[in-house]
Design a protein around this ligand. Structure first.
Ligand code: AMP
Ligand code: ZN
Length: 465
């Protein structure tokens, strides 16, 4: 089998992947801040991480995947300034922070399902592991890495050697980046909050909804500490791979490494992988703080486009290259996926064999730092080869373990009228949850609208009556 190479942001090199324990790999991916819908930029990062996990599994590894849910502590400025995003969401919608978190967590899980992203094994919420975060801050305090200001307990970055080992920035550049947000009590511009005091502790100010007691007074944890505390709790001894978007390199992940290694004296994660941004046409990063933020719902589903078209579009760009969003690009991806579905529809057959030669070629590019654009080219090579249809089908279904494009249940779903498409998707959801009653109801509704749905051994087929 081809060796697996991954680009490690720590060393800035493609490295052969070597797990700590061969029996199971620990994978930690920074999860969403649940104060709003995920935008398709965020979702690009989650698709990249899903591909990584599927590739690890394809290579025979078992994976323990942990993704946190940030439901407290992430401020509007990544450097401890501004308001807690959950409190912002709560004010915006006039609901409690807890209600906001529950609602957007559900919406996020729904997006993952629609994009065929496999569920993490564990999704711990920051608010449920405050004790672990406080313990870690206590350790850092004992070891002399912290100091107190009027608004919280801070980590002293000048006490941690190689603070820049992930960002590779010079001290001057790091300071420059940090200087924008003024906090005169910080000893170094790069220092960051481990624990923030409740505004209530300062006279005349109102408190927050989410606060806890601690040895330092009532308050809430900083954003970075949750990922350190929860990854160590759930991946004990298996800190193999940690991922996120590139915006996490200079602050969030840099701070996670500093506080974790300061606390334990040991290396915190061997491989750091980062996905590049989705930009909106014109070169601007898609962000919730900008007006340019598109959800899966408004960019695709409302237009009657299967969300897997977005997954396909993501696969077409290497994860370390910037991806440009435009309606035209989505249109082209729709055409591309439709073409692939039509190619495969012709091949349906259960009795084929996986072709080793084609699989090796596919795996070689996939294992070369997740080169999915090349992998899609290998799919075309296979489909255009002179292998028998059953063998092509068996082989392409094997590839789909990584692609996750539902190649086994292809139909002409992409061309269905929007209402039928929605019903078909709903029915598939009901079937996945084994809700047969709901699924039968939906089938009847689909039939009444003039379409026939058929569940065959090879998957679902749909056509006009
Ligand atoms: P957040 O919910 O803001 O904490 O972000 C969730 C994930 O999306 C993180 O891994 C971010 O690095 C990533 N992310 C944020 N904006 C973009 C973007 N425009 N393109 C790709 N990934 C992004
Ligand atoms: Zn994180």
């Amino acid at each position: 089998m081809a060796k697996l190479y991954l680009y490690n942001s720590l060393t800035r090199k493609k490295e052969e992947f070597k797990p700590i324990n061969k029996d199971k790999i620990g994978l930690y991916t920074c999860g969403p801040t649940v104060y709003n819908y995920a935008h398709i930029g965020n979702l690009r990062t989650y698709v990249f991480e899903d591909i990584l996990k599927r590739v690890l599994k394809y290579n025979g590894y078992k994976v323990n995947h942990v993704m946190n849910i940030t439901d407290v502590g992430h401020l509007t400025g990544d450097r401890d300034m501004g308001e807690d995003k959950l409190e912002v969401g709560s004010k915006r919608e006039g609901k409690s922070a807890k209600k906001i978190a529950d609602f957007y967590t559900k919406a996020f899980l729904n997006d993952l399902k629609k994009l065929n992203i496999e569920m993490p094994d564990k999704m711990p919420k920051a608010t449920e592991y405050i004790k672990e975060q406080v313990e870690m801050i206590k350790t850092l305090e004992k070891k002399g890495f912290t100091y107190k200001t009027s608004d919280g307990i801070y980590f002293n970055t000048s006490k941690f050697k190689n603070y820049n080992k992930l960002s590779h920035l010079k001290l001057d550049e790091l300071k420059e980046g940090a200087r924008v947000e003024k906090n005169n009590e910080k000893r170094n511009p790069t220092d960051f909050a481990l624990w923030k005091f409740s505004p209530r502790l300062r006279s005349g100010q109102v408190g927050r909804q989410q606060e806890w007691t601690s040895p330092w007074g009532v308050g809430f944890p900083g954003w970075h500490i949750e990922c350190s505390a929860m990854s160590m709790k759930f991946l004990k001894g298996r800190l193999d791979i940690h991922c996120g978007g590139i915006d996490h390199i200079n602050i969030h992940h840099t701070n996670e490494i500093a506080q974790s290694e300061a606390a334990t004296g040991k290396k915190f994660f061997n491989y750091w992988l980062h996905g590049a941004f989705l930009n909106i046409a014109g070169g601007k990063k898609m962000a919730k703080s900008e007006e340019n933020f598109l959800t899966l719902e408004n960019a695709l589903i409302k237009k009657g486009i299967n969300p897997l078209v977005y997954r396909f579009a993501v696969l077409q760009t290497h994860y370390r290259k910037t991806m440009e969003y435009s309606e035209e690009a989505i249109g082209a991806a729709k055409k591309g996926l439709n073409h692939l579905y039509n190619q495969i529809k012709e091949l349906r057959n259960k009795k084929g064999k996986i072709n080793k030669e084609h699989e090796d070629k596919f795996l070689k590019v996939v294992n070369d730092d997740l080169n999915l654009p090349q992998a899609l080219a290998k799919v075309q090579e296979l489909l255009k080869s002179n292998l028998s249809n059953p063998d092509k089908f068996a082989t392409v279904l094997r590839f789909d373990k990584i692609l996750g494009l539902n190649l086994d249940t292809t139909s002409n779903k992409l061309e269905l009228p929007e209402n039928i498409f929605q019903l078909v998707n709903k029915r598939e959801g009901a079937r996945k949850e084994k809700n047969w009653e709901e699924s039968d109801k939906l089938r009847i509704e689909i039939e009444k609208s003039g379409y026939l749905i058929e569940d065959t051994e090879d998957g679902m087929r749909i056509g006009k009556r």
